[in-house]
Structures are given as C-alpha cells and as structure tokens.
Write a protein that binds this ligand. Structure first.
Ligand code: NAD
Length: 353
C-alpha cells in the first residue's frame, strides 16, 4: 500500500530543496518497489498570497489524511511587515505542531567525515566523527507554562507531568535501542523540582529497557560536554527549553546549516519532517541551496514514520557517497571539491540510491 505524504514546499528555497527530495524519493520507489503518494499543498507566505492564511484549512485537512508531512521552509522579507501572529513561521509552523501533538523533536547531529573541517571544533575533538540524536520535548515545559505579569515582575511556569515525561523518554529509549543503546537524560534536578520528577520518571521507565545504559547530566554540564567531548553521547533526551538551546549548540559543532535534518513525532508513527534551516531568501531561485538537509529529513521519515530502515540507510549512504566523492553546494564548498547546483546535487544523490 502506498504511503501518503503531504508535501508542503513553502517559500524561498523551500520548493527547490523539496523538488530534489522528491527526486530522491522517486529513486527509492524505483530501487525498492516502495510506493509513495505525494500530495502538495500551500503553506507559509505562498499560502498567505493565494488563500489569505499561512496555514489554510485545506492544507490542514490534507495533512490529516496523510501518513507524514514533508516541509520545505516558510517565510521571507515580503511577509515580514505582517503582525507577528500572522507571519508565516508563527501562523503556520506552531499551529501545525500543536494540531498534530508533535511532542518529540528529533535532531540528529552528525559529522560527515568528508565535512569534518566545517565543524567549529578542533580536529582532534571530532576525529573519527560523532553521531548524536537529540530528543527534545516539544509541546510542554516552560514555553507552554502559565504566564504571569505584574507591575514590576513577570513569570513563566515550568511544569511537567509524568505522562509527558514518559512518552518523550520512551521515544528516546526506543531510538537508542536501534543505535548505541546509550541514553543521557539532561535536566537540572539539583535546582528545579520539575526536573527531580523528570529524573525519577526517566529512571523508572529505564527499568523497561534493561539493555540501555542510562546516565543523567545537569544541563550546564551538558552544554560544556557537547563542545569538550561530543563523542561520549549517543541519544540525549531533555525538556523543551534545554533541548532548544542544546540542539542549536550541537548543530553548530557539526558544520553547515544546509546539512541538518529534523523530525517531530506524534505518539503513533505520524511525523513532520523538515530541514532546520529557513527559506534563505538571499539564495532563493538561484539553484544554490543545499538540498541535503531536506533529503536527510526524508530519510528520517522513511525510518520513523514508515519503518523503512534499509530505504532510509540507502538515502543516507547516497548523501555520504556524494560528499566522499567531492561534490559540494556552495555552502559546504572546500578546496579540491567540485561545486554543483541544487538540481545537480539532487541528481547525484538520486543516482546513488
Ligand atoms: P535561514 O536559515 O533561512 O538562512 C541563514 C543563512 O544560511 C543564509 O545565509 C542562507 O543563505 C543560509 N542557508 C540556509 N539554508 C541553506 C541551504 N539549504 N543551503 C545553503 N545555504 C543555506 O535563516 P534566516 O535568514 O534567519 O531566515 C530567512 C527566513 O526564513 C525568515 O523569514 C525566517 O523567519 C524564516 N525561517 C523559517 C524557518 C522554517 O521554515 N522552519 C526556520 C528559520 C527561519
């Protein structure tokens, strides 16, 4: 049976990187006999222009009838003058995450050996590469807590319930079972009572995963350890705000923004897959964008929503092969490499699938 994918290309380089990703998914269909149904819909600035709304009702309906969402990027100068609550990022992405209860955000942070010198860290620290999966709780914690404001004070409540912690920790444990079987839970249990509950709950759940080596780390130490010795981590699980900060820190140590994929998952297999970069208006429409972050996000979709592990690996291996053979887009260009455009890189990756 074919898997239904909602394809939301969005603005700027969104349609360009999505086009290359569909090329690669077509190659997966050919190679493995998989069947995908691509359903395109408007989102972001493009949707505001045509439908007057960043997330039109028909786009939402279409997503509800699909098995996963593949998103390019939204936003751009043209819509920056709108009030904040009507701008594409806020009016399209936040409601999408909320509507589908996408509570677990996955960000792989990986150094491709061929791009090792794009990292901000010294060669000896990243030698041999590293491969971390950050699992961030996305729909709770301080960003969604009760807000208060008086004349000379303001407050944000940090509250987590046991079920909220359990479900995101379970995602982390299950992912670790398919990788290095190590989970590091990051909290601030020395100061915050919500984080004491976090730690207790993760520890209790760990009993169901006896093969997993569980460790705990305070968030300040985790921020330090990520730049001191990133190779020590396999899967990191943490709350919303800590995950926000740590995942941005971690993405910088891995190199270019054009390489970084992400997934946001619901409790069943449904998920939203998107690159972490924005719509890059400065290079839009010039065949310069790096499509690899979106292609790697699609590999995550194959793995996490469709259970297609060998197909996901084939896409990741193809990306790696293209890098090893010296093909680059401008953002990751290095000496003695061959610079290609968005379309040509997409062709090379599809060919290797
Ligand atoms: P950006 O990520 O779009 O661009 C930052 C820099 O990185 C730019 O120089 C850009 O050219 C470069 N870059 C980004 N992706 C690239 C790629 N795939 N290949 C090569 N180079 C790439 O961030 P920004 O400039 O702060 O934001 C531009 C617009 O995107 C804004 O409207 C912003 O609100 C929106 N935005 C959207 C999302 C999203 O859709 N999830 C995320 C962040 C920003």
């Amino acid at each position: 049976m074919s898997k239904k994918i909602a394809v939301l290309a969005g603005d700027g380089i969104g349609p360009e990187v999505i086009a290359e990703t569909l090329k690669v998914l077509h190659a997966v269909e050919e190679k493995f006999g998989a069947k995908f149904e691509f359903n395109e819909a408007l989102i972001g600035g493009a949707a505001i222009d045509e439908k007057g709304k960043a997330l039109p009702d028909e786009t939402l309906e279409l997503c509800k009838n699909c098995d996963a969402i593949l998103l390019g990027a939204v936003g751009g100068d043209k819509w920056d003058k709108l009030p904040p609550e009507e701008r594409p990022e806020r009016a399209a992405l936040l409601p999408l995450r909320k509507e589908f209860d996408l509570f677990a955000n996955l960000r792989p942070v990986k150094v491709f050996p061929a791009l090792a010198n794009a990292s901000t860290l010294k060669a000896e620290i990243i030698e041999g590469g590293f491969d971390i999966m950050i699992v961030r709780e996305l729909t709770g914690g301080i960003y969604f807590g009760k807000k208060g404001k008086g004349n000379d004070w303001a407050s944000d409540e940090l509250k987590y319930s046991v079920p909220e912690i359990e479900r995101v920790a379970k995602v982390a444990f299950e992912i670790a079972m398919k990788r290095g079987k190590k989970v590091c839970s990051v909290d601030k249990a020395n100061v915050l009572s919500s984080m004491v509950l976090w730690r207790e709950t993760v520890e209790k759940l760990a009993k169901e995963f006896p093969e997993i080596e569980l460790s705990h780390m305070y968030v300040d130490n985790a921020a330090m350890q990520l730049v001191r010795n990133p190779k020590q981590f396999d899967v990191i699980v943490t709350g919303n705000m800590f995950g926000d900060i740590l995942s941005d820190e971690a993405s910088m140590i891995s190199g270019s923004i054009g390489m970084l994929a992400s997934a946001s998952l619901r409790e069943d297999s449904f998920g939203l897959y998107e690159p972490i970069h924005g719509s890059a208006p400065d290079i839009a429409g010039q065949n310069k964008a790096n499509p690899m972050a979106t292609i790697l996000s699609a590999a995550m979709m194959l793995r996490h929503s469709f259970g297609m592990e060998k197909e996901a690996k084939a896409v990741e291996t193809a990306v790696n092969a293209v890098l090893e053979e010296g093909f680059r887009t401008g953002d990751i260009m290095q000496k003695n490499c061959k610079q290609l455009g968005t379309k040509e890189i997409g062709d090379e990756i599809a060919k290797r699938v």
